[in-house]
Design a protein around this ligand. Structure first.
Ligand SMILES: Cc1cc2nc3c(=O)[nH]c(=O)nc-3n(C[C@H](O)[C@H](O)[C@H](O)COP(=O)(O)OP(=O)(O)OC[C@H]3O[C@@H](n4cnc5c(N)ncnc54)[C@H](O)[C@@H]3O)c2cc1C
Length: 322
């Protein structure tokens, strides 16, 4: 079960002491979080800090822990709903994006590297393994947290592929405070799950293992996957969302159940269930977290009443909800 990111009360003195420990050039106060999420929803963080390297990420988390200030690591904000009240404490925006592919196909990336950059670079250099994830907004850290997945390759699309398949190891700042390198046994990838849902470890960097591929064939997969997504999912640029809202229900399909309740297009305030995909909720403009929560509750209730299934949110709820 996803461990929700929560904030606890903390004192203003601790917050100020923490702020003094962070590079002021990368620190903002009372910064609205909505622009840093794909849903474009969410109130302000007391402190928002841009971590531009894996070391800066580790240092910021360590400082927050030392001062007893609640903290949250933000990737591209593509799988979260931030509350309208925002986040009391420190949000660390992970923009540590260095990455390189070695001649043996090992891709080493800081955890703020975006899957977009990794997909494009690996395909351009003739390395296969990440082309399936084109078009999915994610950092490396978010991808490991969620075990990023997609129904690929075309044309059969019979198998869900997972980032776990190319994962070799990652360096973490462990809950206990030490830095260590861990492998698949530690990460325990599951469907929409990994150890990072259950422990307050932070992924600092990762090593992925790619295989040689034909650049033309890889380009074709990119195009096919983008076309497939474009035809079935609302476009993020037009309709901000957090992707699928509910976890998959094996052999049933969460979206199908919502659809069968006749809820496509159902709206609460500025939030609506997409006309294109019933498991995606979109921000039509000015949606609040409260709107989305009400929409989630409505869909859950409708599906429970009609089919007896309990829909479980896939996204993480971050900060204060009113
Ligand atoms: C349009 C759209 C389409 C999508 N399609 C797919 C899809 O096809 N398949 C799929 O699997 N997902 C999909 N998603 C969901 C989303 O893209 C993934 O879950 C993605 O991995 C989130 O990454 P992020 O960097 O945005 O993480 P965020 O949303 O910023 O964070 C998510 C969680 O990960 C934690 N986290 C982030 N970085 C770290 C780190 N370095 N260390 C520890 N914890 C960390 C955060 O604290 C938070 O709890 C989609 C989302 C959207 C908006």
């Amino acid at each position: 079960m996803t461990r929700p990111a929560t904030t606890a009360p903390h004192d203003a003195t601790a917050l100020e002491a923490l702020a003094l420990d962070l590079d002021p050039a990368h620190l903002r106060r009372a910064e609205p979080l909505a622009p840093y999420t794909t849903f474009k929803i969410g109130g302000p963080a007391d402190l928002l800090y841009d971590a531009t390297s894996a070391d800066a990420l580790a240092t910021a988390v360590t400082a927050a822990r030392a001062h007893g200030v609640p903290w949250f690591v933000l990737g591209l904000g593509a799988n979260i709903l931030v509350g309208d009240g925002g986040f009391r404490g420190l949000v660390i925006r992970n923009v540590a994006r260095a990455h390189a592919i070695a001649p043996d196909g090992r891709l080493r990336a800081e955890s703020g590297a975006t899957m977009r950059d990794l997909v494009l670079d690996s395909v351009a250099q003739g390395w296969s393994g990440l082309e399936h994830y084109v078009g999915i907004p994610s950092t490396v850290g978010g991808a490991l947290w969620q075990n990023l997945h997609f129904l690929s390759p075309a044309p059969e699309r019979e198998r869900t592929m997972f980032i776990a398949e190319v994962f070799e190891s990652c360096e973490i700042l462990a809950e206990e405070g030490d830095r260590r390198t861990v492998g698949p046994d530690y990460v325990q990838f599951g469907y929409d799950d990994s150890v990072f849902h259950h422990r307050r470890d932070v992924v600092l960097s990762a090593t992925l293992r790619l295989e040689p591929g034909d650049p033309m064939a890889l380009q074709r997969i990119l195009q096919e996957n983008l076309a497939w997504r474009g035809a079935r999912h609302p476009w993020l640029e037009i309709h901000p969302s957090a992707g699928s809202i509910f976890k998959k229900i094996a052999d049933v399909g969460a979206g199908r159940l919502v659809d069968q309740c006749g809820l496509k297009g159902f709206r609460v305030g500025g939030a609506a269930i997409s006309h294109m995909h019933a498991n995606i909720m979109v921000n039509l403009g000015g949606a609040t977290a409260r709107d989305v929560r009400a929409l989630i509750a409505h869909a859950q209730e409708a599906v429970r009443e009609r089919f007896g299934h309990a829909l479980e949110p896939e996204i993480a709820f971050v900060g204060e909800f009113t």
